[in-house]
Design a protein. Structure first.
Lengths: 306, 277
């Protein structure tokens, strides 16, 4: 369990994190979503006591992280930076971290295996790909067998295999009753991995809701229909819960009816269809709707368009 | 990933057994592992100590009594076989200082420091453990190198060579190890304050080489004080066979150097506890 109360971090004039109050519950995967520069990494560093909040508190398991007798057993974290000396082997990195944190040396082999790094354990980290570096970071996070697993952009640089691995691993960790808190700027990835979403923009909380609710906010599913007799079809489709809009003469956008029903109606009336496709709301659209204009970095073009 | 791993995640949170706990022994073991698992440690230290022994032997062997001293000093320079055999320590101190910097700055530049301080939120025990490990390694290795340089230097010096029972010789040899250990710790303390490799090495060089060199250009009253009290100037008294009135006595000089190191460590630790990582 992570509890943030009015957490604020100010760097000079800039509020990196602005009055963030959120509870991250155990047993589910919580996605921490926001554009780059939204304050996600800063928030995670404050949870670990690495950065001191300007005001507010961050509690882990009911108390500040630094007050725990066994910090690595409380929170295991992968922070954005690779965080490993390039001249050290993966095994030596983990062994030294284990010794420093008072973790049994036997855990090193367990987490190496878990991260799929056993074969390269004695290679120096400088030669690792970004994906292998991420795997090592995850291995380090799990070293202390922590109650809370906090990963900053874990899928960054991972190949599809690695992305799948992270997804299964984090779901497994949550199923074991741990608190899993993952940050990402990739909506599509969070939609399939996280059960719950905490969305931030410009350091401020934008939304704190279940992934299902978030997706529902993106809008309704619609069906894109093209037919030379679009006008006739339209009259057959409209009903109390169905809305049909038309932007082109031979094209309809139908909300409220599944594609199957539309196809059958058209077939029954002998109306030819040139296209019948379901359009799912874009998660990116939902993300944009929630974060609004809070993105830190935009191209001039976007600003002009906005 | 096999499906077995997914079905029964081996991450299973242990309910039995003891929770990890930060201990002094663990911290020391962790720092020792970090130090010895980097090739740069052995290159830097090895190069420094080999140069120290090699140069000492070379300079002792090529020295002709009555000619100019090794540092270009004229007839007034005190040149004795003890000092000659240990003259490589001037080079060794630079490499030892670089090692002291790298042990700390390497954590910052690689980001390892976040993991380290996440494991030890109180932070100061890490400072203490790093100092203890580096100090221990330097004390052992530089003392061995000092004895080696002395012994080999006496062999190459030939007739008139000193022995350890020569007045002050043992103190100078042991003192060389102590001094070099002090230099490594001084550089380490400075790096806790400055964090970056470049800034720390530059500062150490200014402190060890530039300031002593320009102290002669300052007005006498300032220059004399500076020359006497600078950490490495004061500390080097322990390696000087015959100290003069402008210097501290050997052990007092070493105490001044230790004072500097302690002060810088205290400042670095105080800053570290308040600063964001």
């Amino acid at each position: 369990m992570i509890e943030l109360h009015g957490l604020t971090k100010r760097y000079g004039e800039k509020l990196a994190v602005d009055d963030l109050t959120v509870t991250v519950r155990p047993g589910v995967v919580t996605g921490f979503l926001g554009p780059n520069g939204a304050g996600k990494s800063t928030t995670m560093r404050m949870v670990l006591g690495l950065d001191t909040p300007t005001s507010g508190t961050a509690l882990v398991g009911g108390r500040p992280y630094a007050r725990h007798a066994a910090p690595l057993h409380e929170v295991g974290a992968l922070l954005e930076a690779k965080g490993v000396h390039p001249g050290r082997t993966a095994r030596n990195h983990l062994r030294s971290l284990a010794a420093t944190g008072g973790v049994a040396a036997a855990r090193v082999d367990v987490v190496l295996e878990l991260a799929g790094l056993t074969a390269v354990a004695d290679k120096r980290v400088g030669g690792f790909s970004l994906g292998m570096g991420q795997r090592l970071g995850v291995a380090a996070a799990l070293l202390g067998d922590p109650a809370v697993v906090m990963l900053d952009e874990p899928v960054n640089g991972l190949d599809p295999d690695g992305v799948l691995w992270i997804r299964r691993l984090t779901r497994g960790l949550a199923a074991e009753g741990r608190t899993v808190f993952l940050s990402s700027h990739l909506m599509s990835e969070m939609a399939v991995t996280a059960d719950h979403l905490v969305v931030v923009g410009r350091g401020r909380l934008q939304a704190d809701l279940s992934t299902a609710d978030f997706i529902a906010r993106a809008g309704h599913e619609s069906v894109d229909v093209r037919s030379p007799r679009a006008g006739e079809l339209r009259d057959l489709l409209v009903g109390p819960d169905v809305t049909v809009t038309s932007r082109e003469r031979d094209r309809l956008e139908v909300v409220g009816l599944p594609a199957e029903a539309i196809g059958e109606t058209a077939a029954a009336a002998g109306i030819p269809l040139h296209q019948l496709s379901t359009v799912r709301p874009s998660l990116e659209d939902a993300f944009m709707a929630v974060t609004g204009d809070t993105r830190e970095y935009r191209t001039d073009q976007e600003v002009t368009a906005a | 990933m096999s499906t077995d791993t997914i079905r029964t995640p081996p991450t299973g949170r242990t309910t039995t057994g003891s929770a990890p706990r930060v201990t002094a022994a663990g911290l020391l073991r962790g720092e020792w592992l970090k130090l010895r698992s980097l090739r740069s440690t052995w290159w830097t230290l090895g190069a420094g100590l080999l140069l120290m022994v090699g140069l000492g032997a070379l300079i002792s062997g090529t020295y002709t009594p009555g000619a100019q001293g090794p540092d270009g000093g004229g007839a007034g320079a005190v040149v004795d076989p003890v000092t000659l055999s240990l003259s490589g320590s001037g080079i060794a101190q630079l490499l030892v200082a670089v090692l002291g910097v790298l042990v700390v700055s390497g954590e910052y530049s690689s980001g390892t420091v976040r993991g380290t301080f996440a494991a030890v939120p109180r932070r100061w025990p890490v400072v203490a453990a790093k100092a203890a490990v580096l100090g221990g390694v330097l004390l052992v290795t530089t003392t061995i190198a000092a004895f080696a340089a002395f012994s080999l230097g006496q062999v190459t010096y030939g007739s008139g060579a000193a022995t350890l029972s020569t007045d002050g010789a043992l103190r100078v040899v042991v003192g060389t190890g102590l001094y070099l250990t002090g230099v490594g710790l001084l550089a380490m303390a400075i790096t806790w304050l400055l964090r970056s490799t470049a800034a720390s090495i530059a500062t150490v060089v200014v402190l060890m080489l530039v300031l002593p060199a320009i102290s002669g250009l300052l007005p006498d009253s300032w220059g004399d004080v500076l020359e006497k009290w600078l950490p490495t100037q004061a500390g080097s008294a322990i390696m000087t066979l015959v100290t003069d009135s402008t210097m501290f006595s050997p052990w007092a000089g070493l105490a001044v150097m230790v004072g500097w190191v302690a002060l810088l460590f205290a400042a670095g630790t105080a800053l570290l506890r308040r600063r964001d990582v």
